[in-house]
Design a protein around this ligand. Structure first.
Ligand SMILES: [Zn+2]
Length: 119
């Protein structure tokens, strides 16, 4: 588990609140579980019942499989669906995730590297 990101989320609870709202659960409970995970070093084996639900639906999507927006952001395809312009699988890798949260710019490593070299 990316504990750096976990800590960031506790300092910026709005990410958790928005995700909880989308799922329709109490964000205070979600925040409580993030705190718990931070305390026990990301150990999921202590979670039970509803806590697991909060983790799967609210917390995990913020930690894993976060969508990379690609080099030019989200693009609209021929059918009018918004899709990532990323050609690298569309997922922000673990290494880039903390940086992505800090910069509010969700990109996987390949494009982050390119962007930095183009400056
Ligand atoms: Zn990407």
């Amino acid at each position: 588990m990316n504990l750096e990101v976990l800590e960031f989320l506790l300092d910026n609870e709005n990410y958790i609140e928005e995700m909880a709202k989308g799922v329709g659960v109490d964000s205070n409970a979600s925040v409580g579980i993030v705190k718990l995970l931070k305390t026990n070093g990301g150990d999921l084996s202590n979670l039970k019942g509803k806590q697991t639900f909060h983790y799967e639906k609210v917390i995990k999507p913020l930690l894993e499989g976060v969508q990379c927006e690609g080099p030019i952001g989200m693009i609209e395809d021929d059918e009018g669906n918004w899709d990532t312009s990323c050609v690298n699988g569309g997922i922000v890798d673990d290494e880039s995730l903390y940086q992505s949260y800090l910069e509010e710019d969700f990109k996987c490593q390949i494009f982050r590297y390119d962007a930095e070299n183009m400056r």
